[in-house]
Design a protein around this ligand. Structure first.
Ligand code: GTP
Ligand code: MG
Length: 195
């Protein structure tokens, strides 16, 4: 699947701008700066495809990427702190919640958690929204390269404990590094399996 064509399709700012939901769709949600856009770039092997930056709030639209002719990859604006005016942030947050709870073709939401920080209350809120919408979500730990191997087990235990409260959580957690490539092949095959 990932050997095929990948392209930016469009950035969406309102629900009526969404493309027809005629193919398998997966999205990447998570706090601002967690590494959503970087992960899409690592998965597709296209460095500048999704715009990544150190400024929280970089992604301000729902960005659709086509993967072969069969899938959409969806890069979402972050939640939590963002470097943008409050009114603007509220508008994205409303759109984000509408999208996450109302998109029929959404096969799975990947909820990204910075491996250094674990699950925070805002992450828990999004997970609860996904429970209510009955959207299966899978946790992806990001920036694994910044965490010592000796600390990983403790963090995984915290995350597993949080996930146990969420009926929509898929049990397998994927540890990734967009910088070093850890977990990227695993995530590609998970997505390829979601037809
Ligand atoms: P918003 O669009 O603002 O919500 O952010 P985002 O979640 O899309 O994050 P983005 O991909 O823009 O990355 C934020 C910062 O984290 C950038 O400076 C990235 O280079 C860095 N980053 C992302 N993934 C990794 C990783 O796996 N390892 C390391 N060390 N840094 C990473
Ligand atoms: Mg982004």
């Amino acid at each position: 699947l990932f050997a095929g064509e990948v392209d930016f399709l469009k950035g969406v700012v309102a629900m009526d701008g969404l493309p027809p939901d005629d193919r398998a769709e997966v999205c990447f949600a998570g706090r601002s700066n967690v590494g959503k856009s970087s992960l899409i770039n690592a998965l597709t092997g296209r460095k500048g495809l999704a715009r990544a930056s150190n400024t929280p709030g970089r992604t301000q639209e729902i960005n659709f990427f086509t993967l072969a002719d069969s899938h959409y990859l969806v890069d979402l604006p972050g939640y939590g702190f963002a470097n943008a005016p409050v009114a603007v942030v509220e508008k994205w947050q409303r759109l984000l919640k509408q999208y996450l709870s109302g998109r029929v073709s959404l096969r799975r939401a990947f909820v990204l958690i910075d491996m250094r920080h674990g699950v925070k209350p805002v992450d828990d809120e999004i997970m609860t929204l996904l429970d209510r919408a009955a959207v299966t979500f899978q946790t992806v730990l990001t920036k694994a390269d910044k965490v010592k191997a000796s600390e990983r087990e403790k963090i995984l235990a915290q995350v597993r404990g949080q996930l146990a409260k969420h009926p929509a959580a898929y049990p397998e957690i994927v540890q990734t590094s967009s910088e070093k490539g850890d977990g990227i092949a695993t995530l590609r095959s998970i997505i390829a399996g979601l037809a």
